[in-house]
Design a protein around this ligand. Sequence first.
Ligand code: FAD
Length: 524
Amino acid sequence: MIGTLVGGKMIRTELKLRPEEYHTDALLRAAAARKAEVPVQDIGTVRVVRRSLDSRRDIHYIADVEVYMTGEPLGPRFAPSEYHDSRQGGRLVIVGAGPAGLFGALRALELGWKPIIVERGKAVEQRKKDITAMVRAGQVNESSNWCYGEGGAGTYSDGKLFTRSTKRGDVGEVLRKLVEHGAEEEILIDTHAHIGTDRLSGIMANIRKTILEHGGEYLFEKQVVDFIFSSSGNVRGVRCKDGSTVEGEAVVLATGHSARDIYELFAQRGWALESKPFALGVRVEHPQALINEIQYHGPNYSRLLPAAAYSIKTQVEGRGVFSFCMCPGGVIVPAATANGEQVVNGMSNASRSSAFANSGIAVTVSAADAGAFGAESPLDLLRFQQNVERKAFASAGGGLKAPAQRLVDFCENKGASQLNKSNYMGECVAVALAEVLPRFVATSLQQAFRDFGRKMHGFYTNEASVLAVESRTSSPVRIPRDDHGEHLTLKGLYPCGEGAGYAGGIVSSAIDGMKAVEHATCIR
Ligand SMILES: Cc1cc2nc3c(=O)[nH]c(=O)nc-3n(C[C@H](O)[C@H](O)[C@H](O)COP(=O)(O)OP(=O)(O)OC[C@H]3O[C@@H](n4cnc5c(N)ncnc54)[C@H](O)[C@@H]3O)c2cc1C
Protein backbone atom coordinates (compact mmCIF):
# COMPACT_ATOMS: atom_id res chain seq x y z
CA MET A 1 0.00 0.00 0.00
CA ILE A 2 1.37 3.45 -0.99
CA GLY A 3 -0.65 5.54 1.48
CA THR A 4 -3.61 5.58 3.85
CA LEU A 5 -6.52 7.94 4.32
CA VAL A 6 -5.34 10.02 7.25
CA GLY A 7 -7.57 12.66 8.79
CA GLY A 8 -9.95 12.60 5.82
CA LYS A 9 -7.37 13.89 3.33
CA MET A 10 -7.01 12.76 -0.24
CA ILE A 11 -4.31 10.21 -0.91
CA ARG A 12 -2.75 9.17 -4.15
CA THR A 13 -2.19 5.50 -4.76
CA GLU A 14 -1.81 2.95 -7.51
CA LEU A 15 -4.33 0.22 -8.25
CA LYS A 16 -3.79 -2.90 -10.32
CA LEU A 17 -7.20 -3.90 -11.66
CA ARG A 18 -8.59 -6.61 -13.89
CA PRO A 19 -10.74 -5.16 -16.72
CA GLU A 20 -13.93 -6.37 -14.99
CA GLU A 21 -12.93 -4.51 -11.80
CA TYR A 22 -12.44 -1.29 -13.71
CA HIS A 23 -15.81 -1.52 -15.35
CA THR A 24 -17.95 0.63 -13.00
CA ASP A 25 -17.41 3.41 -10.49
CA ALA A 26 -18.67 1.16 -7.67
CA LEU A 27 -16.05 -1.50 -8.47
CA LEU A 28 -13.33 1.11 -8.63
CA ARG A 29 -14.31 2.48 -5.22
CA ALA A 30 -14.36 -1.01 -3.79
CA ALA A 31 -10.83 -1.65 -5.07
CA ALA A 32 -9.64 1.68 -3.64
CA ALA A 33 -11.24 0.86 -0.27
CA ARG A 34 -9.43 -2.50 -0.16
CA LYS A 35 -6.13 -0.84 -1.03
CA ALA A 36 -6.58 2.00 1.49
CA GLU A 37 -8.01 -0.37 4.13
CA VAL A 38 -11.02 1.83 4.87
CA PRO A 39 -14.75 1.09 4.65
CA VAL A 40 -16.02 1.74 1.15
CA GLN A 41 -18.75 4.08 2.49
CA ASP A 42 -16.00 6.46 3.72
CA ILE A 43 -14.78 7.00 0.18
CA GLY A 44 -16.39 9.85 -1.75
CA THR A 45 -14.67 9.83 -5.13
CA VAL A 46 -11.90 7.91 -6.79
CA ARG A 47 -10.36 10.08 -9.49
CA VAL A 48 -8.11 8.35 -11.99
CA VAL A 49 -5.14 10.53 -12.90
CA ARG A 50 -3.17 8.10 -15.07
CA ARG A 51 -4.17 4.81 -16.63
CA SER A 52 -2.46 2.21 -18.77
CA LEU A 53 -3.58 -1.16 -20.02
CA ASP A 54 -1.07 -3.99 -19.77
CA SER A 55 -2.21 -6.75 -22.10
CA ARG A 56 0.95 -8.81 -22.22
CA ARG A 57 -0.18 -11.86 -20.20
CA ASP A 58 -2.58 -11.44 -17.33
CA ILE A 59 -4.50 -8.43 -18.69
CA HIS A 60 -4.86 -5.59 -16.22
CA TYR A 61 -5.05 -1.84 -15.85
CA ILE A 62 -2.55 0.09 -13.77
CA ALA A 63 -4.40 3.12 -12.47
CA ASP A 64 -2.83 5.97 -10.57
CA VAL A 65 -5.74 7.33 -8.51
CA GLU A 66 -6.65 10.06 -6.06
CA VAL A 67 -8.94 8.78 -3.32
CA TYR A 68 -11.18 11.42 -1.73
CA MET A 69 -13.15 10.92 1.51
CA THR A 70 -16.89 11.48 1.57
CA GLY A 71 -17.58 15.24 1.47
CA GLU A 72 -14.00 16.13 0.58
CA PRO A 73 -13.93 18.58 -2.35
CA LEU A 74 -12.02 17.68 -5.52
CA GLY A 75 -9.33 20.14 -6.63
CA PRO A 76 -9.22 21.30 -10.27
CA ARG A 77 -7.35 19.02 -12.61
CA PHE A 78 -5.18 21.88 -13.87
CA ALA A 79 -4.81 25.65 -13.93
CA PRO A 80 -6.34 27.21 -17.07
CA SER A 81 -4.17 28.91 -19.74
CA GLU A 82 -4.08 32.71 -19.72
CA TYR A 83 -4.52 34.34 -23.10
CA HIS A 84 -4.07 38.11 -23.46
CA ASP A 85 -5.87 40.47 -25.76
CA SER A 86 -3.32 40.83 -28.55
CA ARG A 87 -4.87 43.69 -30.56
CA GLN A 88 -2.06 46.05 -29.59
CA GLY A 89 0.64 43.35 -29.62
CA GLY A 90 3.43 42.75 -32.13
CA ARG A 91 2.25 41.07 -35.36
CA LEU A 92 3.44 37.53 -35.90
CA VAL A 93 2.72 35.85 -39.24
CA ILE A 94 2.11 32.10 -38.89
CA VAL A 95 1.91 30.10 -42.13
CA GLY A 96 -0.19 26.94 -41.74
CA ALA A 97 -3.09 26.14 -39.41
CA GLY A 98 -2.00 22.63 -38.42
CA PRO A 99 -1.08 21.66 -34.84
CA ALA A 100 2.26 23.55 -35.07
CA GLY A 101 0.65 26.75 -36.37
CA LEU A 102 -2.39 26.72 -34.06
CA PHE A 103 -0.56 25.87 -30.84
CA GLY A 104 2.05 28.43 -31.87
CA ALA A 105 -0.78 30.97 -32.20
CA LEU A 106 -2.07 30.10 -28.72
CA ARG A 107 1.42 30.59 -27.32
CA ALA A 108 1.61 33.98 -29.12
CA LEU A 109 -1.56 35.05 -27.28
CA GLU A 110 -0.07 33.98 -23.97
CA LEU A 111 2.93 36.17 -24.75
CA GLY A 112 0.78 39.11 -25.83
CA TRP A 113 1.58 38.86 -29.56
CA LYS A 114 -1.02 39.04 -32.32
CA PRO A 115 -0.94 35.87 -34.46
CA ILE A 116 -2.01 36.18 -38.10
CA ILE A 117 -2.58 32.69 -39.44
CA VAL A 118 -2.23 32.32 -43.20
CA GLU A 119 -3.69 28.99 -44.40
CA ARG A 120 -4.09 27.65 -47.95
CA GLY A 121 -7.09 25.51 -47.02
CA LYS A 122 -10.47 26.32 -45.55
CA ALA A 123 -12.17 26.45 -42.15
CA VAL A 124 -13.20 23.00 -40.83
CA GLU A 125 -16.91 23.44 -41.61
CA GLN A 126 -16.19 24.00 -45.33
CA ARG A 127 -13.29 21.56 -45.35
CA LYS A 128 -15.63 18.77 -44.26
CA LYS A 129 -17.88 19.45 -47.26
CA ASP A 130 -14.88 19.51 -49.63
CA ILE A 131 -13.70 16.14 -48.37
CA THR A 132 -17.14 14.60 -48.90
CA ALA A 133 -17.24 16.08 -52.41
CA MET A 134 -13.71 14.84 -53.08
CA VAL A 135 -14.66 11.24 -52.28
CA ARG A 136 -17.82 11.52 -54.38
CA ALA A 137 -15.96 12.99 -57.38
CA GLY A 138 -12.99 10.62 -57.02
CA GLN A 139 -10.58 13.54 -57.38
CA VAL A 140 -8.20 15.37 -55.04
CA ASN A 141 -9.11 18.95 -54.13
CA GLU A 142 -5.58 20.37 -54.12
CA SER A 143 -6.24 23.05 -51.48
CA SER A 144 -8.80 21.44 -49.19
CA ASN A 145 -8.25 17.76 -48.40
CA TRP A 146 -7.08 15.31 -45.72
CA CYS A 147 -3.86 17.28 -45.20
CA TYR A 148 -4.76 20.89 -46.02
CA GLY A 149 -7.17 23.14 -44.17
CA GLU A 150 -7.89 24.22 -40.61
CA GLY A 151 -6.25 21.83 -38.13
CA GLY A 152 -3.89 20.58 -40.86
CA ALA A 153 -3.23 16.87 -41.23
CA GLY A 154 -4.24 16.42 -37.59
CA THR A 155 -7.98 17.10 -38.08
CA TYR A 156 -9.03 14.05 -40.08
CA SER A 157 -6.87 11.66 -38.14
CA ASP A 158 -7.20 9.20 -35.34
CA GLY A 159 -6.09 11.98 -33.02
CA LYS A 160 -3.64 9.72 -31.24
CA LEU A 161 -1.87 11.88 -28.73
CA PHE A 162 1.12 9.93 -27.55
CA THR A 163 4.58 10.92 -28.56
CA ARG A 164 8.01 9.48 -28.04
CA SER A 165 9.52 12.97 -27.95
CA THR A 166 8.74 13.78 -24.31
CA LYS A 167 12.15 15.43 -23.98
CA ARG A 168 11.15 18.17 -26.40
CA GLY A 169 8.61 19.93 -24.19
CA ASP A 170 5.51 19.74 -22.07
CA VAL A 171 3.23 17.09 -23.57
CA GLY A 172 0.77 17.76 -20.72
CA GLU A 173 0.39 21.37 -21.82
CA VAL A 174 -0.77 20.32 -25.30
CA LEU A 175 -3.28 17.90 -23.76
CA ARG A 176 -4.55 20.52 -21.30
CA LYS A 177 -5.05 23.04 -24.11
CA LEU A 178 -7.00 20.41 -26.07
CA VAL A 179 -9.22 19.77 -23.03
CA GLU A 180 -9.78 23.53 -22.63
CA HIS A 181 -11.04 23.50 -26.20
CA GLY A 182 -13.43 20.60 -25.87
CA ALA A 183 -11.49 17.32 -25.72
CA GLU A 184 -12.57 14.80 -23.08
CA GLU A 185 -10.59 14.92 -19.80
CA GLU A 186 -9.83 11.24 -20.41
CA ILE A 187 -6.97 12.29 -22.70
CA LEU A 188 -5.11 13.54 -19.62
CA ILE A 189 -5.34 10.08 -18.10
CA ASP A 190 -4.66 7.48 -20.78
CA THR A 191 -1.06 6.71 -21.63
CA HIS A 192 -2.25 6.01 -25.20
CA ALA A 193 -4.90 8.72 -25.46
CA HIS A 194 -6.75 9.54 -28.66
CA ILE A 195 -9.52 11.98 -29.55
CA GLY A 196 -11.11 10.72 -32.78
CA THR A 197 -11.77 12.63 -35.96
CA ASP A 198 -15.45 13.23 -35.15
CA ARG A 199 -14.39 15.37 -32.15
CA LEU A 200 -11.35 17.07 -33.66
CA SER A 201 -13.12 19.47 -36.00
CA GLY A 202 -15.16 20.94 -33.10
CA ILE A 203 -11.95 21.38 -31.11
CA MET A 204 -10.33 23.20 -34.05
CA ALA A 205 -13.33 25.53 -34.28
CA ASN A 206 -13.05 26.25 -30.53
CA ILE A 207 -9.36 27.07 -30.88
CA ARG A 208 -10.31 29.48 -33.67
CA LYS A 209 -12.83 31.13 -31.33
CA THR A 210 -10.13 31.65 -28.66
CA ILE A 211 -7.70 33.09 -31.20
CA LEU A 212 -10.24 35.47 -32.75
CA GLU A 213 -11.65 36.58 -29.38
CA HIS A 214 -8.15 37.59 -28.29
CA GLY A 215 -7.42 39.63 -31.39
CA GLY A 216 -5.67 37.05 -33.58
CA GLU A 217 -6.59 36.68 -37.26
CA TYR A 218 -7.17 33.82 -39.70
CA LEU A 219 -6.70 34.25 -43.44
CA PHE A 220 -8.08 31.15 -45.15
CA GLU A 221 -7.62 30.19 -48.82
CA LYS A 222 -4.31 32.05 -48.92
CA GLN A 223 -1.50 29.96 -50.34
CA VAL A 224 1.89 31.41 -49.49
CA VAL A 225 4.19 31.35 -52.50
CA ASP A 226 7.07 33.59 -51.39
CA PHE A 227 8.49 35.71 -48.57
CA ILE A 228 8.99 39.45 -48.44
CA PHE A 229 12.07 40.99 -46.90
CA SER A 230 12.96 44.15 -44.97
CA SER A 231 15.69 46.50 -46.26
CA SER A 232 18.11 44.74 -43.90
CA GLY A 233 17.28 41.41 -45.53
CA ASN A 234 15.15 39.89 -42.74
CA VAL A 235 11.96 38.01 -43.59
CA ARG A 236 9.13 40.34 -42.63
CA GLY A 237 6.11 38.78 -44.30
CA VAL A 238 4.70 36.53 -47.00
CA ARG A 239 3.32 36.85 -50.50
CA CYS A 240 0.26 34.78 -51.41
CA LYS A 241 -0.75 33.20 -54.71
CA ASP A 242 -3.49 35.81 -55.20
CA GLY A 243 -0.87 38.59 -55.05
CA SER A 244 -1.74 39.80 -51.55
CA THR A 245 0.91 40.24 -48.87
CA VAL A 246 0.82 39.79 -45.10
CA GLU A 247 3.40 41.51 -42.93
CA GLY A 248 4.62 41.10 -39.37
CA GLU A 249 7.73 41.28 -37.24
CA ALA A 250 8.67 37.66 -37.96
CA VAL A 251 7.29 34.64 -39.84
CA VAL A 252 6.68 31.18 -38.39
CA LEU A 253 6.61 28.56 -41.15
CA ALA A 254 4.40 25.58 -40.20
CA THR A 255 3.33 24.18 -43.57
CA GLY A 256 3.50 20.43 -42.84
CA HIS A 257 5.21 17.59 -44.70
CA SER A 258 3.06 17.77 -47.81
CA ALA A 259 3.90 21.38 -48.78
CA ARG A 260 6.06 20.40 -51.73
CA ASP A 261 5.68 23.86 -53.31
CA ILE A 262 7.40 25.37 -50.26
CA TYR A 263 10.32 22.94 -50.54
CA GLU A 264 10.56 23.72 -54.27
CA LEU A 265 10.66 27.45 -53.43
CA PHE A 266 13.58 26.94 -51.04
CA ALA A 267 15.42 24.76 -53.57
CA GLN A 268 14.91 27.24 -56.44
CA ARG A 269 16.13 30.18 -54.38
CA GLY A 270 19.09 28.30 -52.95
CA TRP A 271 17.91 28.79 -49.35
CA ALA A 272 19.25 26.19 -46.90
CA LEU A 273 17.40 22.87 -47.23
CA GLU A 274 18.42 19.29 -46.44
CA SER A 275 17.27 15.87 -47.49
CA LYS A 276 15.99 13.82 -44.52
CA PRO A 277 15.48 10.05 -44.12
CA PHE A 278 11.83 9.05 -43.91
CA ALA A 279 9.83 5.82 -44.27
CA LEU A 280 7.55 4.37 -46.92
CA GLY A 281 5.41 1.27 -47.21
CA VAL A 282 1.79 0.12 -47.18
CA ARG A 283 -1.25 0.23 -44.92
CA VAL A 284 -2.28 -3.18 -43.63
CA GLU A 285 -5.90 -3.81 -42.69
CA HIS A 286 -7.20 -6.70 -40.54
CA PRO A 287 -10.62 -7.49 -39.12
CA GLN A 288 -10.64 -5.73 -35.72
CA ALA A 289 -12.00 -8.90 -34.08
CA LEU A 290 -8.87 -10.75 -35.16
CA ILE A 291 -6.55 -8.09 -33.69
CA ASN A 292 -8.61 -8.12 -30.47
CA GLU A 293 -8.20 -11.89 -30.21
CA ILE A 294 -4.47 -11.68 -30.79
CA GLN A 295 -3.87 -8.82 -28.35
CA TYR A 296 -6.35 -9.89 -25.68
CA HIS A 297 -5.45 -13.62 -25.88
CA GLY A 298 -8.90 -14.80 -26.95
CA PRO A 299 -12.40 -13.42 -27.28
CA ASN A 300 -13.21 -12.97 -23.55
CA TYR A 301 -12.20 -9.37 -23.09
CA SER A 302 -13.49 -7.84 -26.34
CA ARG A 303 -16.66 -6.63 -24.62
CA LEU A 304 -14.88 -4.86 -21.74
CA LEU A 305 -11.81 -3.48 -23.46
CA PRO A 306 -11.36 -0.91 -26.23
CA ALA A 307 -10.61 -1.99 -29.80
CA ALA A 308 -7.08 -3.36 -29.50
CA ALA A 309 -4.05 -1.57 -30.89
CA TYR A 310 -0.59 -2.91 -31.62
CA SER A 311 2.89 -1.58 -32.16
CA ILE A 312 5.43 -3.82 -33.84
CA LYS A 313 8.82 -3.51 -35.45
CA THR A 314 11.64 -5.56 -36.88
CA GLN A 315 14.91 -5.26 -38.76
CA VAL A 316 15.35 -6.66 -42.24
CA GLU A 317 18.98 -6.72 -43.38
CA GLY A 318 19.82 -3.74 -41.20
CA ARG A 319 16.77 -1.74 -42.27
CA GLY A 320 14.00 -0.81 -39.84
CA VAL A 321 10.41 -1.87 -40.65
CA PHE A 322 7.77 -0.70 -38.20
CA SER A 323 4.09 -0.14 -37.62
CA PHE A 324 3.06 3.48 -37.83
CA CYS A 325 -0.11 5.40 -36.97
CA MET A 326 -2.10 2.30 -36.03
CA CYS A 327 -5.86 2.97 -36.08
CA PRO A 328 -8.03 0.46 -34.19
CA GLY A 329 -11.65 0.46 -35.38
CA GLY A 330 -10.61 2.81 -38.16
CA VAL A 331 -10.96 3.82 -41.77
CA ILE A 332 -8.33 4.07 -44.49
CA VAL A 333 -8.34 7.44 -46.25
CA PRO A 334 -6.94 8.80 -49.52
CA ALA A 335 -4.41 11.38 -48.27
CA ALA A 336 -2.80 12.66 -51.48
CA THR A 337 -2.56 16.43 -51.88
CA ALA A 338 -2.31 16.53 -55.67
CA ASN A 339 -4.01 14.71 -58.51
CA GLY A 340 -1.87 12.06 -60.16
CA GLU A 341 -0.59 10.73 -56.80
CA GLN A 342 -1.95 7.96 -54.59
CA VAL A 343 -1.39 8.04 -50.81
CA VAL A 344 -3.14 6.17 -48.00
CA ASN A 345 -3.37 6.97 -44.30
CA GLY A 346 -5.68 6.05 -41.41
CA MET A 347 -8.19 7.73 -39.15
CA SER A 348 -10.92 6.76 -36.70
CA ASN A 349 -13.77 8.18 -34.68
CA ALA A 350 -13.69 8.51 -30.89
CA SER A 351 -15.61 5.23 -30.54
CA ARG A 352 -13.16 3.30 -32.73
CA SER A 353 -16.09 1.13 -33.61
CA SER A 354 -15.49 0.08 -37.23
CA ALA A 355 -14.92 -3.59 -37.90
CA PHE A 356 -11.40 -2.97 -39.19
CA ALA A 357 -7.96 -2.32 -37.69
CA ASN A 358 -5.46 -0.59 -39.95
CA SER A 359 -1.85 0.46 -39.58
CA GLY A 360 0.92 1.87 -41.70
CA ILE A 361 3.82 -0.55 -42.05
CA ALA A 362 6.79 1.45 -43.23
CA VAL A 363 10.37 0.78 -44.27
CA THR A 364 13.10 3.31 -43.50
CA VAL A 365 14.40 5.09 -46.59
CA SER A 366 17.69 7.02 -46.60
CA ALA A 367 19.41 9.31 -49.07
CA ALA A 368 21.38 6.37 -50.50
CA ASP A 369 18.09 4.78 -51.66
CA ALA A 370 17.19 7.82 -53.74
CA GLY A 371 20.35 7.66 -55.87
CA ALA A 372 18.41 7.23 -59.10
CA PHE A 373 16.97 10.72 -58.79
CA GLY A 374 20.19 12.66 -59.14
CA ALA A 375 23.22 13.39 -57.08
CA GLU A 376 22.70 14.88 -53.67
CA SER A 377 19.90 17.33 -54.20
CA PRO A 378 17.97 18.12 -51.00
CA LEU A 379 14.86 17.14 -52.91
CA ASP A 380 16.10 13.64 -53.86
CA LEU A 381 14.00 11.84 -51.28
CA LEU A 382 10.96 13.99 -52.05
CA ARG A 383 11.26 12.99 -55.73
CA PHE A 384 11.64 9.37 -54.68
CA GLN A 385 8.48 9.63 -52.55
CA GLN A 386 6.54 11.39 -55.31
CA ASN A 387 7.64 8.87 -57.91
CA VAL A 388 6.27 5.94 -55.87
CA GLU A 389 2.99 7.83 -55.30
CA ARG A 390 2.65 8.41 -59.07
CA LYS A 391 3.33 4.76 -59.81
CA ALA A 392 0.71 3.70 -57.27
CA PHE A 393 -1.79 6.13 -58.84
CA ALA A 394 -1.18 4.79 -62.35
CA SER A 395 -1.29 1.14 -61.23
CA ALA A 396 -4.84 1.44 -59.85
CA GLY A 397 -6.24 3.41 -62.75
CA GLY A 398 -6.34 6.90 -61.26
CA GLY A 399 -8.79 8.92 -59.21
CA LEU A 400 -8.68 7.98 -55.54
CA LYS A 401 -8.39 4.26 -56.34
CA ALA A 402 -5.92 2.40 -54.16
CA PRO A 403 -3.85 -0.53 -55.42
CA ALA A 404 -4.45 -3.38 -52.98
CA GLN A 405 -3.65 -7.05 -52.45
CA ARG A 406 -4.29 -9.72 -49.86
CA LEU A 407 -1.41 -9.87 -47.36
CA VAL A 408 -0.13 -13.41 -47.95
CA ASP A 409 -0.60 -13.07 -51.72
CA PHE A 410 1.61 -9.96 -51.59
CA CYS A 411 4.28 -11.63 -49.47
CA GLU A 412 4.38 -14.74 -51.65
CA ASN A 413 4.15 -12.86 -54.98
CA LYS A 414 0.99 -14.77 -55.84
CA GLY A 415 -0.77 -12.26 -58.03
CA ALA A 416 -3.74 -10.15 -57.15
CA SER A 417 -7.01 -11.54 -58.36
CA GLN A 418 -9.03 -11.65 -55.13
CA LEU A 419 -9.57 -8.81 -52.67
CA ASN A 420 -11.00 -8.68 -49.16
CA LYS A 421 -13.72 -6.32 -48.05
CA SER A 422 -12.03 -3.09 -47.00
CA ASN A 423 -12.86 0.06 -45.08
CA TYR A 424 -10.92 2.25 -47.54
CA MET A 425 -12.91 5.40 -48.41
CA GLY A 426 -12.27 5.05 -52.11
CA GLU A 427 -12.18 1.98 -54.35
CA CYS A 428 -9.60 -0.80 -54.02
CA VAL A 429 -8.16 -2.27 -57.21
CA ALA A 430 -6.33 -5.61 -57.24
CA VAL A 431 -2.69 -4.96 -58.13
CA ALA A 432 0.52 -6.93 -57.52
CA LEU A 433 2.10 -4.44 -55.12
CA ALA A 434 5.63 -5.80 -55.49
CA GLU A 435 5.55 -4.28 -58.98
CA VAL A 436 4.52 -0.87 -57.66
CA LEU A 437 6.81 -0.47 -54.66
CA PRO A 438 10.58 -0.03 -54.94
CA ARG A 439 12.15 -3.48 -54.80
CA PHE A 440 13.91 -3.01 -51.44
CA VAL A 441 10.66 -1.73 -49.89
CA ALA A 442 8.64 -4.69 -51.20
CA THR A 443 11.15 -7.34 -50.10
CA SER A 444 11.67 -5.72 -46.68
CA LEU A 445 7.91 -5.62 -46.13
CA GLN A 446 7.47 -9.23 -47.25
CA GLN A 447 10.05 -10.47 -44.74
CA ALA A 448 8.78 -8.18 -42.00
CA PHE A 449 5.18 -9.38 -42.36
CA ARG A 450 6.31 -13.01 -41.94
CA ASP A 451 8.23 -11.98 -38.82
CA PHE A 452 5.19 -10.10 -37.48
CA GLY A 453 3.16 -13.28 -38.02
CA ARG A 454 5.57 -15.16 -35.77
CA LYS A 455 5.38 -12.45 -33.09
CA MET A 456 1.61 -11.95 -33.30
CA HIS A 457 0.04 -15.31 -34.03
CA GLY A 458 -2.72 -14.83 -36.62
CA PHE A 459 -1.41 -11.52 -38.02
CA TYR A 460 0.03 -13.13 -41.18
CA THR A 461 -3.17 -14.07 -42.96
CA ASN A 462 -4.99 -13.57 -46.22
CA GLU A 463 -7.87 -12.15 -44.18
CA ALA A 464 -5.70 -9.03 -44.11
CA SER A 465 -5.18 -6.60 -47.00
CA VAL A 466 -2.33 -4.30 -47.90
CA LEU A 467 -3.00 -0.97 -49.65
CA ALA A 468 -0.44 1.35 -51.23
CA VAL A 469 1.18 3.65 -50.67
CA GLU A 470 1.90 4.79 -47.12
CA SER A 471 4.35 7.51 -48.02
CA ARG A 472 3.54 10.61 -45.94
CA THR A 473 4.99 9.19 -42.75
CA SER A 474 7.24 12.17 -42.09
CA SER A 475 8.96 14.84 -44.13
CA PRO A 476 11.62 13.71 -46.62
CA VAL A 477 13.13 17.21 -46.36
CA ARG A 478 14.41 19.33 -43.47
CA ILE A 479 14.36 23.13 -43.38
CA PRO A 480 17.36 23.61 -41.09
CA ARG A 481 17.38 26.08 -38.22
CA ASP A 482 19.84 27.27 -35.58
CA ASP A 483 19.71 26.88 -31.79
CA HIS A 484 17.33 29.85 -31.61
CA GLY A 485 14.87 28.21 -34.00
CA GLU A 486 15.73 30.62 -36.83
CA HIS A 487 16.33 29.40 -40.38
CA LEU A 488 20.04 28.99 -41.06
CA THR A 489 20.15 31.66 -43.74
CA LEU A 490 16.79 33.48 -43.71
CA LYS A 491 16.75 35.70 -40.63
CA GLY A 492 13.30 36.35 -39.23
CA LEU A 493 11.96 32.99 -40.46
CA TYR A 494 11.14 30.23 -37.93
CA PRO A 495 10.49 26.85 -39.60
CA CYS A 496 8.70 24.37 -37.33
CA GLY A 497 6.49 21.32 -37.06
CA GLU A 498 6.52 18.26 -39.25
CA GLY A 499 7.25 20.19 -42.45
CA ALA A 500 10.48 21.60 -41.07
CA GLY A 501 11.54 18.04 -40.27
CA TYR A 502 11.79 18.57 -36.52
CA ALA A 503 8.58 16.90 -35.36
CA GLY A 504 6.24 14.08 -36.30
CA GLY A 505 2.69 13.71 -35.08
CA ILE A 506 0.15 16.03 -33.53
CA VAL A 507 1.66 16.50 -30.08
CA SER A 508 5.30 16.94 -31.06
CA SER A 509 4.32 19.34 -33.86
CA ALA A 510 2.22 21.37 -31.42
CA ILE A 511 5.12 21.53 -28.96
CA ASP A 512 7.49 22.54 -31.75
CA GLY A 513 5.09 25.28 -32.89
CA MET A 514 4.91 26.75 -29.38
CA LYS A 515 8.71 26.70 -29.13
CA ALA A 516 9.06 28.38 -32.53
CA VAL A 517 6.80 31.21 -31.37
CA GLU A 518 8.79 31.61 -28.15
CA HIS A 519 11.92 32.01 -30.29
CA ALA A 520 10.27 34.32 -32.83
CA THR A 521 8.93 36.65 -30.15
CA CYS A 522 12.09 36.70 -28.10
CA ILE A 523 13.98 39.99 -28.53
CA ARG A 524 17.63 39.08 -28.64
C1 FAD B 1 -4.99 10.81 -42.14
C2 FAD B 1 -3.93 11.18 -41.13
C3 FAD B 1 -3.98 10.61 -39.86
C4 FAD B 1 -3.04 10.98 -38.89
N1 FAD B 1 -3.17 10.47 -37.64
C5 FAD B 1 -2.37 10.94 -36.64
C6 FAD B 1 -2.60 10.55 -35.29
O1 FAD B 1 -3.52 9.81 -34.97
N2 FAD B 1 -1.75 11.03 -34.35
C7 FAD B 1 -0.69 11.87 -34.65
O2 FAD B 1 0.03 12.28 -33.75
N3 FAD B 1 -0.47 12.24 -35.92
C8 FAD B 1 -1.29 11.81 -36.92
N4 FAD B 1 -1.08 12.22 -38.21
C9 FAD B 1 0.07 13.11 -38.47
C10 FAD B 1 -0.23 14.51 -37.97
O3 FAD B 1 -1.46 14.91 -38.45
C11 FAD B 1 0.86 15.47 -38.37
O4 FAD B 1 2.09 14.99 -37.82
C12 FAD B 1 0.63 16.88 -37.86
O5 FAD B 1 -0.61 17.35 -38.30
C13 FAD B 1 1.73 17.82 -38.34
O6 FAD B 1 1.44 19.10 -37.88
P1 FAD B 1 2.00 20.40 -38.61
O7 FAD B 1 1.29 21.55 -38.01
O8 FAD B 1 3.47 20.40 -38.58
O9 FAD B 1 1.58 20.27 -40.15
P2 FAD B 1 0.17 20.01 -40.83
O10 FAD B 1 -0.79 19.43 -39.89
O11 FAD B 1 0.47 19.27 -42.08
O12 FAD B 1 -0.37 21.47 -41.17
C14 FAD B 1 0.20 22.26 -42.17
C15 FAD B 1 -0.82 23.28 -42.65
O13 FAD B 1 -0.14 24.19 -43.51
C16 FAD B 1 -0.99 24.49 -44.61
N5 FAD B 1 -0.15 24.88 -45.76
C17 FAD B 1 0.66 24.09 -46.49
N6 FAD B 1 1.28 24.81 -47.44
C18 FAD B 1 0.85 26.08 -47.30
C19 FAD B 1 1.13 27.28 -48.01
N7 FAD B 1 1.99 27.33 -49.04
N8 FAD B 1 0.50 28.41 -47.63
C20 FAD B 1 -0.39 28.41 -46.57
N9 FAD B 1 -0.68 27.28 -45.88
C21 FAD B 1 -0.06 26.13 -46.24
C22 FAD B 1 -1.74 23.20 -44.88
O14 FAD B 1 -2.93 23.47 -45.56
C23 FAD B 1 -1.95 22.67 -43.46
O15 FAD B 1 -3.19 23.07 -42.94
C24 FAD B 1 -2.00 11.89 -39.21
C25 FAD B 1 -1.93 12.43 -40.50
C26 FAD B 1 -2.88 12.08 -41.45
C27 FAD B 1 -2.79 12.69 -42.83
